[in-house]
Design a protein around this ligand. Structure first.
Ligand code: AMP
Length: 297
């Protein structure tokens, strides 16, 4: 296999932002990841949905070129649901409700054909599920990165630290880095994770961009400046999708961070993954050039 394999949540989101409200839009970490990754490399999704998952949404993923062979439907089951409400400062949001449903007891068993992807991303989902997939793809997959969030840091901290030690990279936002390490300074928190056995550490800082510690290098990328953010849901996941897919196609981390930044900026411009679905590599390149020009001014 070539390209990236992603395991994570697939679900329906209810989203409230200053720009309005949308109910039951397609979402989940693996969905945003895959819709961004497919622009740069092949991508296969591992996830679980219930019987209420709309056929049209499977079609949407397939038409976008995403390999859905490892998408499991649980008979009689209900799809994962998340309801989020953003503050006026869109870097802050409250989870109004989360119903894990079929995601709560997902026990992924990858077919032999999907155990040797060169790049694997353990997107946001239960830590137990991420560890299970890690076991199945090692040692055949040389590069495994993961993401996590406050819920799992609170409830499965030991498992999260195990992922830090046994994967090749972690992508998380600054508040998660703070929560996981207890260290408020981003660079110091990143260094601490490296000392604990992490590989590359990528810390996202919302509209302030991102910072990555890799080997003895540090990369800092500003966010693409947007005058209006409609809905930042999935920005982090689409960032990771573009990042991993650029790495999978032979790019260096610095280049991958730039692509991730641009993919995330498009995600923020519409509710749910609307904008990502229609996005082309040409759109990405245009914005990449704009950001590069701004950075050199
Ligand atoms: P992001 O905005 O990048 O943090 O990602 C938002 C996506 O993560 C939404 O589409 C949600 O469906 C999904 N999500 C929210 N909470 C969880 C959770 N506890 N586990 C897995 N996915 C989640």
């Amino acid at each position: 296999m070539s390209g990236v394999l992603v395991v994570g949540s697939i679900g329906y989101d209810t989203i409230e932002t200053a720009a309005g409200r949308r109910d039951d839009v397609l979402g989940g970490s693996a969905v945003y990841f895959a819709l961004a990754a497919r622009l740069f490399s092949e991508v296969a999704i591992v996830g679980v949905v219930g019987e209420d998952f709309r056929n049209g949404d499977v079609e949407l993923l397939r038409n976008a070129g995403v390999d859905t062979t490892c998408l499991t439907t649980v008979p009689g089951g209900k799809t994962f649901r998340w309801h989020g409400r953003y503050h006026d400062d869109m870097n802050d949001r409250d989870t109004v409700q989360v119903d894990l449903n079929v995601l709560g007891c997902f026990d992924p068993e990858l077919p032999e054909s999907h155990r040797d992807f060169p790049y694997v991303f353990l997107a946001n989902g239960s830590t137990a599920m991420q560890l299970k997939v890690l076991e199945q793809v090692r040692p055949a997959s040389p590069k495994v990165y993961f993401d996590t969030m406050n819920l799992w840091i609170e409830t499965e901290r030991e498992g999260v630290m195990k992922l830090v030690r046994h994967t090749d990279g972690v992508v998380l936002n600054d508040s998660e880095a703070r929560m996981l390490t207890g260290i408020p300074n981003t660079v110091a928190a990143g260094r601490y994770l490296v000392e604990q056995g992490a590989g590359d550490v990528v810390v996202k800082k919302g509209e302030h961009g991102c910072i990555a510690l890799w080997g003895d290098r540090i990369s800092v990328i500003p966010a693409y400046p947007l005058a209006e953010v409609v809905d930042p849901t999935g920005a982090g996941d689409s960032f990771a999708g573009a990042l991993m897919a650029v790495l999978a196609s032979g790019g260096e981390l610095h280049e991958a961070l730039m692509a991730g930044t641009i993919a995330a900026s498009f995600t923020c411009e519409s509710f749910g993954p609307e904008k990502l679905v229609d996005l082309t590599i040409g759109d990405i390149r245009t914005r990449l050039n704009e950001l590069a020009a701004m950075m050199s001014e």
